[in-house]
Design a binder for this molecule. Structure first.
Ligand SMILES: C[S@@+](CC[C@H](N)C(=O)[O-])C[C@H]1O[C@@H](n2cnc3c(N)ncnc32)[C@H](O)[C@@H]1O
Length: 207
């Protein structure tokens, strides 16, 4: 992993975005021992496992969309990284982070403030949040696809898309989800793990 010349595993970012990500990394390292934002085994590879992994989700999202919700954000992946990139690259795109754990939500609010990014943090259970009506919905490592589609159905505007990073078993998850939901999907191999994928899902309705 190199962060020289503002390149993160082959992805250019601006000097300002790089500075924000560096500040985010500092906060993550500081808060992680107390509140377990990411698995300790992954802390040495934050830039690849968390930042680059999240940037690929940002790069798959429609550029013209104005509203994005990230569910079960935890330490902010992919939603806080999306908010940081959007601040420079898509200033019209506002990100809302939903995280029920109060300490993690406090961390997310701190990152937004310290990096000067205008993300909204909602510290509630997803099920208790009024329908958000967003254009883009994301969630990483939150729930099986069938459950994620329930959340997406509730919180996406019509015509919106869901972006879900998924592990090697994604095909099975799609097959199971098709028993309860109709949807269209595209899969894009993950840039950080060739066995994993990012699913882009639209047209969600109940079977
Ligand atoms: C395994 S972590 C993944 C965090 C982050 N998305 C990532 O990939 O690093 C799941 C997160 O979702 C949150 N969460 C789980 N169920 C939730 C719910 N029903 N409403 C809101 N947040 C929830 C947990 O508190 C936790 O921070």
């Amino acid at each position: 992993m190199t962060t020289e010349d503002h390149v993160i595993s082959g992805r250019d970012v601006s000097r300002e975005t790089m500075a924000r990500l560096v500040r985010y990394e500092e906060l993550l390292r500081k808060w992680n021992p107390a509140i377990n934002l990411v698995a300790r085994s992954t802390i040495k590879s934050i830039w690849e496992r968390h930042f680059r992994d999240s940037i690929q989700v940002f790069d798959l999202a429609p550029e013209s969309a104005t509203s994005w919700a990230d569910l079960g954000s935890g330490g902010g992946f992919p939603g806080m990284v999306a908010a940081i990139l959007a601040a420079e690259e898509r200033p019209h795109q506002h990100v809302t982070l939903v995280e029920s754990d109060q300490r993690k939500a406090a961390f997310l609010a701190t990152v937004a403030r310290e990096t000067g990014v205008s993300a909204t943090v909602i510290s509630k259970r997803i099920e208790d949040v009024e329908p958000l009506g967003v254009d883009i919905l994301s969630a990483r490592a939150l729930a099986p696809l069938t459950q994620l589609l329930e959340y997406a159905h509730r919180h996406l505007a019509s015509g919106g898309v869901a972006l879900f990073p998924k592990g090697a078993a994604w095909r099975e998850e799609v097959q199971v989800a098709l028993e309860s939901w109709r949807f269209s999907y595209e899969n894009k191999a993950s840039v950080t793990d060739p066995a994993a994928t990012v699913l882009t899902i639209g047209g969600i309705s109940r079977v």
